[in-house]
Design a protein around this ligand. Sequence first.
Ligand SMILES: [Zn+2]
Length: 332
Amino acid sequence: MSELHKFLFDGMPVRGMIVRLTDAWQEILARRAANTTTGAYPPPVAELLGEMTAAATLMQSNIKFNGSLILQIFGDGPVKVAVAEVKPDLSLRATATVVGELPADARLPDMVNVNNKGRCAITLEPKGRVPGQQPYQGVVPLFGDEGEKLGKLSEVLQHYMLQSEQLDTTLVLAADDKVAAGLLIQRLPVKGEGNLEGTAGGDRNPANEDEIGLNEDYNRISILASTLTRDELLTLDVETILRRLFWEEKLLRFEPQKGMLGPHFACTCGRERVAQMIRGLGVEEAESILAERGDIEVGCDFCGKQYRFDAVDAAQIFRPPGDQLPPSPTVQ
Ligand SMILES: [Zn+2]
């Protein structure tokens, strides 16, 4: 089961979080793999998208904001766009668009930053946004201070967090075909709430900027956190990770968030929604697609799930209300 663990370092201005996405992450991969148009993600893309999904979950959990956090990469390579969205209830979904081939050992720059034109955007979309209200968006490049291409998503996001929140942050991210996981360590603001919401209101705190890189407790804990390997993050349970890294520190733990209270997959798509869309096309258009292709196939843009309607299903859509066949057992 996917889980999120939050903790504080007792008496020190440092907090931490670990996320481990298992069922939620496997659902994202399974929907894509079952899509006959796209097929499964190539392994390097799955790894990137998994890291993005873990990072977006950590970032959403780290802010007080009533709305969706959307982490996007707009690539200039074979991966055109990759998106992970996490809502305040930790429901999440993710998708990526890949065009053309990419090497089996492709790294971040090979996928999204071939010409140093790739960008990473973090959007905060307020819940129930009224027309005219702008979502908050921060955009960072995929290169460092010297223009060098960054090799890891964690480096890109650490840069973003430092810029937007003026808080030192350490991120370790990893994903494979079973698990997407992340560790976040962050220095707490000197005073007030240094979070993304505060930044959206233009609330910079000079005292926080003065502290960047200087807090000894944070620096020590950050170095410990950075020793966590990809393999450990993917294979060890949270208790073991925390014991191995921080056995000399006193941690204050919060109740882990699991199940529906923890990170879980959710997409707003569904068979009935797609049926409505086909109804919107009209019976003639639907019949012409059926004549040409045999069935109507619609893939969800947000999760990749593919919905297929054959001639019988389509006829059912256009049947007048009150004259419906009982649902066939193969539908869903
Ligand atoms: Zn969907």
